[in-house]
Design a protein around this ligand. Structure first.
Ligand code: CAA
Ligand code: NAD
Length: 283
């Protein structure tokens, strides 16, 4: 199936990035959010990154104009009625996501593929609330989307080969590398990454070292581009906590218990970079 028209749902840090890479690659993109204000913020972020690309000689003014012309914004899900592919990137909450998928199932054409950018929620369960479970799949982009090469493609138990193939080919058109994984809690990316971040939070909690020292150890000692605590702030501490809860519940293994300090920060509203404070303070 040829994908031409795409809707991205949620104009937060992931949705805006996903909409940008699709529009840059020539797809017709509708960016949707419940809040007009978030759509405007998302659009402003995209424009800033495109201008940076022009400044750096990675694209010219015409590419920037074409990209922006490929993009429209909407607060109505009904505008997905002519889309071939929808990528959902709303908050990491199962109730919110299943409601969105049930509505999309009614609105979108029968051939449309419904994908989720969820970090850890079960794609099989999301697929099961629709009448087209074979056309539901995980299309997990990494943050920051315009920079990171990976798309982790998660097959629900119901996903067909044809759906997988269309998504893998679409990822290639975005100049990304698709890696196929099966649907288990945290998939591969967050099953491996998030326990490391959680362990870094435990090292703060237990007074082993200050956040700066922990990050320095991992940057200089392991060549990570960012230390785990700065990365946690960058991802969002609420998202990190949700992922640890999914791992803990999904495997029933105490090795995945979220650190109490992580929960305390989230309860305090210290969500990382997006709220101005997490393990670090942001101006
Ligand atoms: N959007 C678009 N471009 C961005 C960006 C953003 N949010 N942040 C940085 N960039 C670009 C910059 O434009 C810059 O290029 P130019 O200077 O040429 O314009 C380039 O990336 C490098 O940026 P910086 O020099 O500011 O900083 P850096 O060298 O530290 O790189 C980074 C930034 C790419 C984010 C790097 O620190 C990095 O790779 N960090 C780790 C990211 C990571 O692990 N991501 C996965 C998170 S987990 C996930 O996504 C899954 C999940 O479900 C939670
Ligand atoms: P975010 O909080 O930055 O953005 C979420 C956006 O969704 C907000 O603008 C919100 O208004 C909107 N929204 C909420 N409910 C909606 C609805 N019913 N319809 C339309 N829009 C709605 O979150 P984010 O960090 O962009 O994460 C989005 C998804 O991507 C989550 O599932 C998250 O787990 C996943 N993810 C996050 C990262 C990361 O590093 N932050 C990486 C990969 C995947």
């Amino acid at each position: 199936m040829a994908v031409e028209k795409v809707m991205v749902i949620g104009a937060g840090q992931m949705g805006a990035g996903i909409a940008q890479v699709f529009a840059q690659s020539g797809f017709q993109v509708k960016l949707n959010d419940i809040a007009e204000e978030n759509l405007q913020k998302g659009l402003a972020t995209i424009e800033k990154h495109l201008s940076r690309n022009v400044e750096k000689g990675r694209m010219d003014e015409a590419d920037k104009t074409n990209t922006l012309n490929n993009l429209e914004t909407t607060t109505s899900l009904n505008d997905a009625n002519d889309c071939d592919l929808v990528i959902e990137a709303v908050v990491e909450n199962m109730d919110v996501k299943t409601k969105v998928f049930q509505q999309l199932d009614q609105i979108t054409p029968k051939h449309a593929i419904l994908a989720s950018n969820t970090s850890s929620l079960p794609i099989t369960d999301i697929a099961a609330v629709t009448e087209r479970p074979e056309q539901v799949i995980g299309m997990h982009f990494m943050n920051p989307v315009p920079v990171m090469k990976l798309v982790e493609v998660i097959r629900a138990i119901q996903t067909t080969d044809e759906t997988y193939q269309t998504i893998a080919e679409t990822a290639e058109k975005l100049n990304k590398t698709a890696v196929e994984v099966n649907d288990y809690p945290g998939f591969v990316s967050n099953r491996v990454l998030m326990p490391m971040i959680n362990e870094a939070v435990y090292t703060v909690f237990e007074g082993v070292a200050e956040p700066e020292a922990i990050d320095e150890v991992m940057k200089l000692g392991m060549n990570h581009p960012m230390g785990p605590l700065r990365l946690a702030d960058f991802i969002g501490l609420d998202t990190c906590l949700s992922i640890m809860e999914i791992l803990h519940e999904g495997f029933g293994d105490s090795k995945y218990r979220p650190c109490p300090l992580l929960r305390k920060y989230v309860n305090a509203g210290w969500l990382g970079k997006k709220s101005g404070r997490g393990f670090y303070v942001y101006e």
